[in-house]
Write a protein that binds this ligand. Structure first.
Ligand code: ADP
Length: 428
């Protein structure tokens, strides 16, 4: 189903471009941030494949560049997705290079390099054609539609740019985007840039957020994004659980996936909006849909919607519309962001290795506890969880263990069960 949806979306994009209905809208954008977010989105895949992800930013790259951010992201997702898919050892690297700086305009190159399987010379032009893949490749092994590069190439041209490839079979590939004469501003352009606020300095005053998604990776991504904003985070892995938790904790905001087995996002939202105590709670839909008709339906039913893959900036900006917040002054936030992006360990997305270490140590203890609760055992468990969180530097687990400890101290059985469920889900 997922493959078919990707294929349909790709064909729609391509038809739109070919019918000259695809418009590009250049606006001030933070390209550095966009690239960091792309890295974050592939964090899981890279960990699983045991390859490295390197960012190499040209220091001269201005904070704000006028470019169509959504289209650039689409191209970068395709190139990076391919690089990760076709690389089995070594690294994937995104680098930026400012070629020229003249009168407030720059020429910019963004390259995605990998040490993957490479592309034979005879296929290097062919792969930019619709439905084309390397001739000798096993299509079943790698999947794909053969449309991504065709779309990327055309989008690039619409943006007055070009895309080139250099590759050696067995050694790797490098796809380079070149955009000429991009307007830029060293300082943020007032009121225009989507990143005009330092969103890292926002404090959501302890609001309760319920994240509903049936896919564990999606939940973890949002948990990792929202970790530093003074929020109480709760997760539900299906519509039924979302409804029960909504009634029990009365969250200040719900982030709701649409396609879920059982009760889907629309139905869950409908029930929340008709419940006496829950009708006022804003619900923001999380969706992969791109069709105009679906977008209109979402706008009518929900208080807001966000397109997947969710990026941190748009998530925070959407949340600001629905829950109270303060802005705190945090001059080192930017610095922290860079360090975090470079050290995957601190990203707080839990790796497969950490998950299996956790399951080995805690599987029995935690499954018993959801049915039977013995306070003494819990104290012992809490100290082991704290130790594990510290040893593996998992802040998410540390926070959840703190909540569990408070629940145990106040004999709040419902809360104890809830915390344990969340901890279990983190390592699913
Ligand atoms: P898809 O990945 O869906 O097949 P694309 O148009 O994005 O479609 O890519 C077309 C083909 O180009 C791929 O199937 C693959 O054969 C080749 N290709 C693209 N990127 C790479 C890469 N980084 N390394 C090796 N081959 C690649």
């Amino acid at each position: 189903g997922k493959t078919l949806l990707t294929l349909i979306n790709d064909i729609l994009d391509l038809s739109k471009i070919e019918a000259q209905k695809m418009e590009v809208s250049p606006e001030p954008a933070d390209v550095k941030l966009l690239i960091k977010e792309i890295k974050e989105l592939f964090h899981h895949a890279v960990l699983e494949k045991n390859i490295r992800f390197i960012l190499e930013m040209d220091e001269r790259l201005p904070s704000v560049i006028v470019i169509d951010e959504a289209r650039l992201k689409q191209i970068m997702l395709n190139l990076t997705g391919n690089a990760v898919k076709f690389t089995h050892k070594g690294f994937v690297k995104i680098s930026t290079l400012v070629l020229n700086d003249h009168n407030g305009n720059i020429d910019l190159q963004i390259a995605v390099t990998d040490t993957g399987i490479g592309i034979p010379e005879k296929d290097q032009q062919l792969i930019f054609e619709s439905f084309s893949q390397q001739s000798a490749l096993n299509t079943r092994k790698y999947g794909g539609t053969g449309l991504g590069l065709a779309i990327s190439k055309r989008l690039c041209e619409l943006m007055n740019g070009k895309i080139d490839v250099e590759s050696t079979p067995g050694e790797g590939s490098c796809f380079t985007l070149t955009f000429r004469n991009l307007k830029y501003a060293d300082e943020i352009i007032e009121g225009k840039t989507p990143h005009s606020e330092n969103l890292d300095s926002i404090d959501f005053k302890g609001s309760k957020i319920l994240i509903v998604d049936d896919v564990s990776h999606n939940r973890q991504l949002i948990l990792a994004y929202l970790h530093h904003y003074n929020l109480e985070l709760y997760i539900a892995e299906n519509g039924q659980m979302a409804l029960e938790m909504t009634k029990a904790i009365l969250p200040d905001l719900i982030l709701m996936d649409i396609r879920m087995p059982g009760i889907n996002g629309y139905e869950a939202n409908q029930q929340i909006k008709t419940g006496d105590k829950t009708a006022h709670i804003p619900v923001v839909a999380l969706t992969a849909a791109v069709m105009q008709s679906e977008t209109e339906k979402l706008q009518q039913a929900f208080d807001g919607y966000l397109r997947k893959p969710i990026n941190k900036q748009s998530l925070i900006k959407e949340m600001i519309k629905h829950i109270p917040f303060n802005k705190t002054v945090n001059p080192i936030a930017d610095q922290e962001e860079t360090t975090r992006a470079q050290t995957p360990k601190n990203l707080n997305i839990i790796s497969q290795a950490q998950k299996s270490a956790f399951r080995q140590k805690f599987a029995d203890k935690i499954s018993d506890l959801t049915t039977m609760i013995i306070i003494d055992d819990l104290h012992e468990l809490i100290s082991q969880l704290n130790h594990f969180a510290q040893e593996h530097q998992i802040d998410l687990l540390k926070n959840e263990t703190e909540k569990l400890e408070q629940a145990v101290d106040s004999f709040d059985v419902k809360m104890i069960r809830h915390c344990i469920t969340i901890i279990r889900q983190m390592f699913d």
